[in-house]
Design a binder for this molecule. Structure first.
Ligand code: ARG
Length: 457
């Protein structure tokens, strides 16, 4: 069959070229946006007196029937069409005859595809934000349950200072709150309508771009027609926000993988979110966390592919831009798969408090507090730091920890040491003393939980 755009050419393309050129295999998922956009377009054309009101009603009714038939499964999308826009228009014209041919007045597929993609992706952002909020909820709930559970905090993956596990978890809640902000920002810039930019230069018809945009829920219209049809910043921005989100999930995954190893045993993942080995009977593998970490690379790849596709494109539309969709859809699909699994994994994760505590008791993570003790007794910090280091060295040599060194032994290092030093280096005291805003003390952890809850509202 000749193409709808047959005219200058006979529209009878080579079948390999057809397959190569077609995007319906991946853009058919935008059928709802395409149809809704067309309904708004028909209404605008009639309101502006460009087509008859009767024709517009016929078009709108026809489009509504096509939409409901696709949704019910009565109408199958014809995969031999070039793209979803051509499919809908062809189907409409088959049903309505000449009236159907009026729909494409004062628009082009170039502004149409940009419109559909913005409408599709803004919904994806809403879905993804919903999932992120659920994950933040699960993290905050765990943090609440572990406000006073102590584990070693690390720098360089070396035990550094004792912290509350709730405090550690809330660090991820903060990252995810920023992800929500980034996605909201991106949605704001995305929610600007390109329809009416037409092929590249605007149109000679007296259209009302603003009314059409408003009827489709857009906040504004693209102010330059060349930009409107060739801008894919909203895809790049979304991919960048999703890449950062995945980077956060990947770091969290890495910790969960470490924590569930026998070497750490800080957490035990639920059987429901782990897998076994086909050969090693003892294995319980954190596959969900590993897959999230692994899929992060794929989302980064989607971002890099799009940036590379766009970098050399002259204005305005070029067919290269059809390559925008698969990557951005893949990234959205990937993130939408990762988030609920991650939430389930966190929600059902058991925390091995005793192992965390035992790890915190080794590694001299209260050495900073020992130095601070001496500072409070009047020693300059550098001298206190050095002395504490020497005490740690003695403990290591003698197989002791700071808590088991006798007062007499302490006094050999400095007469400033008194019985009260033991309370000061007790791990719970060390955590409780970190009262600075954003620190690991109970009051601060509780304030953080409140902060997160307020932000979520
Ligand atoms: N399928 C195309 C895309 O996804 C639609 C726009 C085509 N426009 C054109 N003039 N060939 O980019």
């Amino acid at each position: 069959m000749p193409k709808m755009w047959a005219g200058r050419t006979d529209g009878l393309t080579n079948s390999l070229a057809d397959d190569f050129n077609a995007s319906i295999g991946f853009d058919s998922r935008m059928y709802k946006q395409d149809i809704t956009g067309s309904m708004a377009h028909a209404a605008m054309l009639a309101a502006c007196g460009i087509i008859d009101k009767k024709d517009a009603d016929t078009l709108i009714d026809g489009l509504a029937v096509i939409l409901s038939e696709i949704e019910s499964g009565d109408l199958e999308i014809d995969m031999s069409c070039e793209d979803i826009h051509m499919f809908v228009e062809q189907e409409l014209t088959n049903r309505l005859g000449d009236v159907g041919k009026k729909l494409h007045t004062a628009r082009s597929r170039n502004d149409q595809v940009a419109l559909d993609l913005r409408m599709y992706l803004r919904e994806e952002i809403d879905t993804i934000c919903g999932y992120i909020r659920e994950l933040i909820g699960a993290i905050t709930e765990k943090a609440e349950a572990h406000k006073t559970t102590i584990l070693p905090g690390y720098t360089h993956l070396q035990r550094a200072q004792p912290i509350a596990f709730g405090h550690h978890l809330l660090a991820y809640a903060m990252m995810l709150l920023r992800d929500l902000d980034r996605l909201a920002d991106c949605r704001g810039r995305m929610n600007v309508s390109p329809i009416g930019c037409c092929a590249l230069a605007g149109t000679t018809y007296q259209t009302d771009r603003r009314a059409e945009a408003a009827s489709l829920g857009f906040d504004d219209i693209c102010m330059n027609s060349l930009d409107g049809v060739s801008d894919r910043d909203f895809c790049a921005e979304l991919l960048s926000a999703l890449s950062i989100l995945m980077m956060h999930l990947s770091r969290f995954s890495e910790e969960i993988i470490l924590w569930s190893s026998w070497e750490f045993k800080f957490v035990e993942l639920s059987d429901a979110f782990t897998t076994g080995s086909s050969i090693m009977p003892q294995k319980k593998n954190p596959d969900m966390a590993e897959l999230v970490r692994g899929k992060t690379g794929r989302v980064y790849g989607d971002l890099l592919a799009l940036l590379t596709t766009l970098k050399g494109l002259p204005l305005a539309y070029n067919k290269d831009m059809q390559e925008d969709k698969e990557g951005v859809f893949d990234a959205c699909d990937t993130v939408k798969m990762c988030l609920p699994v991650f939430t389930g994994m966190i929600g059902t994760m058991q925390v091995c408090e005793d192992n965390m505590k035992a790890a915190a008791q080794k590694g001299f993570i209260n050495a900073t507090d020992l130095a601070d003790y001496l500072v409070k007794k009047g020693l300059p910090f550098r001298s206190a730091y050095k002395l504490s280091g020497q005490i740690v060295a003695k403990c290591i040599a003698e197989g002791k920890v700071l808590e088991t060194l006798s007062l007499a032994e302490y006094k050999e290092f400095s007469p400033l040491f008194e019985e009260d030093l033991y309370r000061e280096i007790d791990l719970s005291t060390c955590v409780e003393k970190r009262i600075s805003e954003g620190g690991t003390s109970l009051a601060s952890v509780e304030a953080q939980i409140e902060y997160v809850k307020e932000k979520l509202q």
